[in-house]
Design a protein around this ligand. Structure first.
Ligand SMILES: [Fe+2]
Length: 277
């Protein structure tokens, strides 16, 4: 058995969600990642974006454009060193519009990258790579999947199963601006097993339909606010390889928060599971 974890939408910032300040929330998150590692080690952590709200200017959200305070940097200083000692790969979300040079300087990662893992290939894409280093308030600019990059990486690592990761894939009903080239890639390339994304602050699985070869985008929830706190508690997603089987599940560690002023206890659990291979 081996497994990796992924997470996104961690949003270290000045907002208070569920009556928990960000500094406290980061400590709870660190504990959750470490407890999970103790329970059953994982080989790496893929982070799919939104560590901050750096390029919003609205108070109290934004910080970098307003006053030069990078919460992404705070995340690197305060959170990352306390996570389990596994390789951590970070792509940017729609709230980290740093140029690739700045991203690398802050996080040590490129805005996109490819990670071989046994017989598998993890391609982490930069799907919010437009209008970088903005000087005015920005929510991020979506840029469609760079299909040439995916094809190149797949050619460089033949005979692997391929998993695509991005902050989001705008290929779902209601948010479908992906290219025909990407649709064709998914329809024609059986090596691409599935896609993983964040951004929606939900744990769910969306089948993209025939146009995209009936492939799914599997969402990895959030560790900030969630769009449906009753369904999607704070958590992270596992990708698990066991006896030739590949599965995924959203894992929610125990948490005590306040929802609409009422204390809410969660025992921890596992949900939105899927067998991928
Ligand atoms: Fe996002």
């Amino acid at each position: 058995m081996s497994r990796i974890l992924m997470a996104s939408d961690l949003h270290h910032c000045e907002m208070v969600w569920y009556d928990v300040h960000s500094e406290d929330r980061m400590q709870r998150m660190i504990k959750a990642f470490n407890d999970e590692y103790e329970k059953e080690p994982y080989d790496m952590l893929l982070l799919l974006g939104d560590y901050s709200l750096d390029f919003w200017v609205f108070k109290p959200y934004g910080s970098f454009l307003n006053r030069g305070l990078s919460y992404t940097m705070k995340f690197m200083r305060e959170v990352v060193p306390n996570l389990p000692k596994v390789p951590i790969y970070m792509i940017a979300g729609n709230h980290e519009q740093y140029s690739n040079a700045n991203w690398k300087w802050i996080t040590g990662c490129e805005r996109r990258m490819t990670i071989p893992y046994g017989d598998n290939l993890f391609i982490m894409l930069d799907n919010f790579g437009g209008n970088l280093d903005p000087t005015e308030n920005s929510d991020g600019t979506y840029t469609p999947v760079d299909v040439n990059y995916v094809r190149e990486q797949m050619a460089a690592y033949p005979n692997t199963n391929v998993f695509l990761f991005a902050h989001d894939f705008y290929a779902r009903p209601g948010a479908d601006i992906e290219t025909e080239e990407f649709a064709q890639l998914l329809r024609e390339e059986p090596r691409i097993i599935t896609m993983f994304a964040g951004h929606t602050h939900l744990s769910n699985i969306i089948n993209l339909g025939e146009k995209y070869g009936n492939k799914c985008v599997i969402y990895d929830g959030a560790f900030s606010y969630t769009r449906d706190i009753e369904h999607t508690r704070w958590g992270f997603r596992e990708l698990r390889f066991e006896d030739g089987k590949v599965t995924t599940a959203y894992l929610t560690p125990p948490s005590d928060i306040k929802i609409n002023g009422e204390l809410s206890h969660h025992d921890g659990g596992s949900q939105d599971e899927m067998v991928l291979i």
